[in-house]
Design a protein around this ligand. Sequence first.
Ligand SMILES: Nc1nc2c(c(=O)[nH]1)N[C@H]1C(S)=C(S)[C@@H](COP(=O)(O)O)O[C@H]1N2
Ligand SMILES: [Mo]
Length: 314
Amino acid sequence: MPVYRPPLIPSSEITPRSVYLRRREFLGAAAGSALALQASGARAEKLTTVESTYRVDEPTTSREDITSYNNFYEFGLDKSDPARLSGDFKPRPWTVTVDGMVAKPGRFDLDALTKEFPIESRTYRMRCVEAWSMVIPWDGFPLAALLDKVEPLGSAKYVAFETIVRPEEMPGQKGLFQSLEWPYVEGLRLDEARHPLTLLAVGLYGETLPNQNGAPLRLVVPWKYGFKGIKSIVRISLTDTQPKTTWQSANAQEYGFYANVNPEVDHPRWSQASERRIGESGFFGSGRRKTLPFNGYADEVAGLYSGLDLRANY
Ligand SMILES: Nc1nc2c(c(=O)[nH]1)N[C@H]1C(S)=C(S)[C@@H](COP(=O)(O)O)O[C@H]1N2
Ligand SMILES: [Mo]
């Protein structure tokens, strides 16, 4: 996500990179590299996964790129901050509460859920509202499986999601810079949430999620802009009113509830007609490609929006 407001703290008060690097040296080579490994997710555990038919006929983005170029404002505003500053975050043990308009609300242990639901490996095209994209091999289970378990009431129309608040482990939540309001919140219509493409991811490249990618549980909705993919989820609530999302609260003119990838509806400050594929801007090309309606998933999801004005409902 673009920084919609400049950091309010003078840059002179932010630890200069040279000092940060010296501090790492001070920690000693062994400790320093252990920290780096932890932050980049190398402590990840192998997952038992089943193959899925959801694949993309394009080269997969490297693990290195997927885990070092991230938006996760709880750890800072810069793309490199989440990998560098998420090493203290503890994604286990973890529970997720599912409540609201459901017959069987509950607080579920994540390890129990991943035993209950088979973990599929699915490769999805992902596209950020900032006009860059990746192809990511996620591991996870359909959100529909969890929703079925709690039995949504007939009156439920939307699903709201909440990220954990843990300032002692998330430096971006300490208020060092003015960015977003916490917790980060998102929402989907119930039919979008139940769509078979909508995934709750617990892994990447066959291993548990690195912290910077939203450990231990994050949403993946491949036909929407990346910011809908809320990370480190602790609560999922069913409701009959459209939830207001973090980015709508931050700037409603620029970010709507739907956020479907749409090359024909530009962001007020830049075009959405094309995108830069991360890792492809090498010798043989610019890595720039045309953005597809619904990010290439139109056959599967366009029907969800028949009759809806996609220009008004951005
Ligand atoms: N809690 C939380 N979730 C978040 C964000 C965030 O700042 N906080 N950033 C979003 C944005 S803008 C993007 S593009 C994706 C990036 O996910 P990735 O780092 O796994 O590629 O996470 C989304 N989920
Ligand atoms: Mo994004």
